[in-house]
Write a protein that binds this ligand. Sequence first.
Ligand code: ZN
Length: 188
Amino acid sequence: MVNTVKDALDYLRSLETREGNLVDDPELNELLNPYRAAYPFPYQCQRDRCKTTIAYWALHTSGARIAPGPKRVHRKGVRAGEVPPASPQRLGRPLVAEPPIQGGAGDLSFPDLEWKQEFEQPIEWAMTGDGDISLETNPNVGSPWPLRWKFTCPRCGSQYPHTNRQMLDLFLHALYARQRTIRPGTVG
Ligand SMILES: [Zn+2]
């Protein structure tokens, strides 16, 4: 039986595990693997008259987690959520073992980041970037990956805090519904 993105979404919604344990859930990760190379989605402000793109979201190359970044690599004719056809180099290799050659979190870009390589780029960006993507303090303690992020619209100032679980849900729903963008209000 071939698993679908709906299976991944249903499984995520049925999981009662703690936020911190969800990242390493083996079954969830297995279900996410086919979508790790999906082209990042623009994450937009919820307010109708605004709709400003605040960030771009991609599935991380490993773990059940969403990696946000300020920009994405421009790929002509590729739509958000589209998984590029497997290249010869990628065939037979699990995506979790190495970053994808193209697509997914590899398509996020951090143009102004002076990366100290202390943390992964999305985290360092959230710590030092322009403030549109930031980390919520305290709740991240005890996890190697931030479990709570905050997105601030650069145009109207609206703030959107999200747990990693909510971000996964929004991302999977966008894939399932073939959306072109992700907006905060559609958490299931
Ligand atoms: Zn806005």
